[in-house]
Structures are given as C-alpha cells and as structure tokens.
Ligand binder design. Structure first.
Ligand SMILES: NCC(=O)CCC(=O)O
Ligand SMILES: [Zn+2]
Ligand SMILES: [Zn+2]
Length: 380
C-alpha cells in the first residue's frame, strides 16, 4: 500500500470541546471535566480522512523528554558558563552583597576553598573583578587596576597555580579603581579622554595577560581599545595564548545596579550614557560589533542579556565565525531572585528559561551568577 493510501485509511477523533464546554471549564471540577470529555468523545467522534496535509501534527515530535531536548539547537552545558567573582584587596574577606543574593566579595585567601568544590562539580571558567576597599586605593588614573600586588593580579597567579585547568578571564576596566568611578581617564570637563583611556586600559590588559590570564575582557567601551590591546599582545608575544573577549555591545541602563554595589564602581557624577550604548541603539550595536571584530576581538559579548536578545542574534549573524558571549548581569539575576522570593515563579525554572533564551538567540557562552547552581541543576 502506498503512503498516501495508508494516510487515507487513517482516521482520528475530533476532540475539540464544544464552545459551551470551553466557557465553563474553570467552573467544573476535574473529575466531571474528564467524564464530560469522555462522553463527548464517544458521541461527537467524527471520522476525518486526512488527505495529505499532515503538517498540523507537532506533538509527537516532542512527547518524550529526550525528544524535547533534541528540539534545542544549543543546550546549556557546564562548559558554556563563566562565573563572575568579586575579589577585594583584603585577603581574608568574605562579605555578603545584599543586592546580589548568594554572592560574596572574596579575599584572595578564600578563593581556593570557594572554588575547589565548584571545580569538582564541573566549573570550567571564572571572570575576575577587582574591588579595592582601602581608603587610598582610588585615584584619577585608576592606578590600582594593575598593581602587581592588587587583588586581580594576585588572584590570577594563585588560580593558575592552584587550578591548572581553570580558564581565567579578567575584566578590564578602570571604573572600580578611579576616584570618579568612570571607565577611563577624564578631560577637565569630565568627559572621557579616549586616547589616554585606551593607552591606560591596554596597559592594564597587558598586566593581566602577563600575570597569566587566559582571557582579557575590556568592558570600558572606549573607542579603539580592542585594536590597541591586540597590538600590544602581538608586540609582547602574547597574542597566540590570550583570548581577547570584547564587551562589544554593552548597553547603559539600570541593570548594573547590584554590580555597582558589589564592586563599588558607581560614577561619582554623571552617568555612562556617552560611552555605553543607548538601549534603543540596535544599529549602533551592530556597528560596534563589526568594529570590534575588525579590530581583532576573538569573542564578542552582549550585555545585558535578556533585554537584548535581538542584539545577541545580530552578533551571531555578524560574527558567525566567532563565539558569542552574553552577560546575564547583576540586575537580571537580582530580579529573578526577587520575583522567586515573592512567589511569582520558581527560581530554577526561571533561571533555565532565561538562560535557554540567551542560548537560543545565539550565545554559546554565558556569564552567569547562577553558575554554582547550574553546576548542581545540570547534574539532576
Ligand atoms: N563590567 C561588568 C559590569 O559592568 C556589570 C555586570 C553586572 O551588572 O553584573
Ligand atoms: Zn567600567
Ligand atoms: Zn564594568
């Protein structure tokens, strides 16, 4: 028998409820719903002959949990996750961060006991942020950023030695270290001096690369810093072993609030709207992504993530031969915690839904404060 003959033999029962059943569904209890549905099915069954159009039948394709997993182009794995760590200049620190539930600021001496169990569960990668707390730590040039005894360089050296297989990225910016809290060096009028900022930022990136970072990730948004860092890496003979991850499309906005609490990096005047991207600026983001690829970025990052899924998808289209990273930032994490605590939804379910959306849009690397929990959740 041919396939079309076979199909014409197939009949099914039209199980659509009548309009009146639908309208009163919420008023009747489940048991009576089921018995009504049964009697409806036996009396209202109609034989429908399928004449070729079988495209309406989708359910079978995802009826089993494994078949559902196969629907995803990209599934979250432990290798995709980068865990952000805040490291203070007080070696024995372990301070909770009220606006970032479950996250802490760590002194260098706390890092090995913190990371040992996470690495045992499959942690592959961290990104380091320095948090200078000493009263005199900040100045106009962000001098502490590349202090050889500072928290980031100390942590890079320690982690390279203690965990040889851990991939270590260092965020590169000045805002945690400048007295004014902006992401570069300023002109007298308070605007960014792009050339001085790029010179300084690229020096800081080199200091982290020389200390052993596998990846340097400039988040400052000064124009031309990717090219400047790439050239210095080449000149120093480090370009072959250091990944340059550009925060190419970093949008300004309120979602960085908890991070600024954590890192003490709020600007003391003004805001960052003249260098971070305007949230509506899709074309500008595409230009920034193209520019950073042409300047030598190895990975393109989009940040924040869930409000900017279109930009992640643009980044994947523009940089189709590059890995795309997304930073699920502090405010996104804090919102999920707050809503879960208010009973709006389940934390784990939402963390997965948000992260799967980020992957679906095109990212294959996710910087996430949920990383320790995902290491558990992905095992169950
Ligand atoms: N360079 C890192 C940030 O600026 C903030 C990230 C966050 O809000 O988690
Ligand atoms: Zn910054
Ligand atoms: Zn930053």
């Amino acid at each position: 028998m041919s396939f079309s003959n076979l199909l014409s033999e197939v009949t099914y029962r039209d199980q659509r409820p009548s309009p009146s059943t639908t309208a009163t569904t919420h008023l009747i209890d489940t048991r009576s719903q089921i018995s009504r549905a049964r009697s409806y099915a036996s009396t209202a069954a109609t034989s429908v002959s399928i004449s070729g159009d079988i495209s309406s039948q989708l359910h079978g394709g995802y009826s089993h949990p494994l078949a559902r997993a196969w629907q995803a182009e990209r599934q979250l794995t432990k290798s995709m996750l980068i865990y952000p760590l805040f490291i203070t200049d007080n070696p024995d620190d372990e301070e909770t961060i009220p606006s970032l539930p479950g996250q802490k600021r760590w002194g260098v001496n706390k890092l090995v006991p913190l990371l040992q169990p996470l690495i045992a569960k499959g942690l592959k990668s961290v990104i380091l942020f320095g948090v200078p707390l000493a009263g005199d730590a900040k100045d106009a040039l962000g001098t502490a950023a590349d202090d050889p005894k500072g928290p980031v360089i100390s942590a890079i050296r320690l982690l390279r030695k203690s965990f040889p297989r851990l991939f270590i990225s260092a965020d590169v910016c000045l805002c945690e270290y400048t007295s004014h809290g902006h992401c570069g060096i300023l002109h007298d009028d308070g605007t960014l001096n792009n050339q001085l900022s790029v010179d300084r930022i690229s020096d800081v990136a080199m200091a982290y690369a020389e200390a052993g970072a596998h990846c340097v990730a400039p988040s400052d948004m000064n124009d031309g810093r990717i090219r400047a860092i790439k050239l210095k890496l080449i000149e120093a003979g480090l370009a072959h072993r250091v990944v340059l991850m550009s925060y190419a499309a970093k949008f300004s906005g309120c979602l960085y609030g908890p991070f600024r609490d954590a890192a003490g990096s709020s600007p003391s005047f003004g805001d960052r709207r003249c260098y971070q991207l305007p949230p509506g600026g899709r074309g500008l983001a595409r230009r920034a992504i193209q520019r950073d690829i042409s300047e030598g970025a190895d990975i393109i990052m989009v940040k924040p993530a869930t409000q900017f899924l279109d930009i992640i998808s643009d980044a994947k289209e523009i940089g189709k031969d590059l890995p795309i990273a997304a930073y699920h930032v502090s405010g996104e994490y804090a919102m999920i915690h707050a809503a879960a605590a208010a009973g709006v939804f389940d934390l784990k379910t939402m963390a997965f839904e948000a992260t799967e959306g980020i992957l679906r849009a095109g990212a294959s690397i996710v910087v996430s404060y949920f990383t320790p929990q995902f290491l558990e959740w992905l095992d169950t």
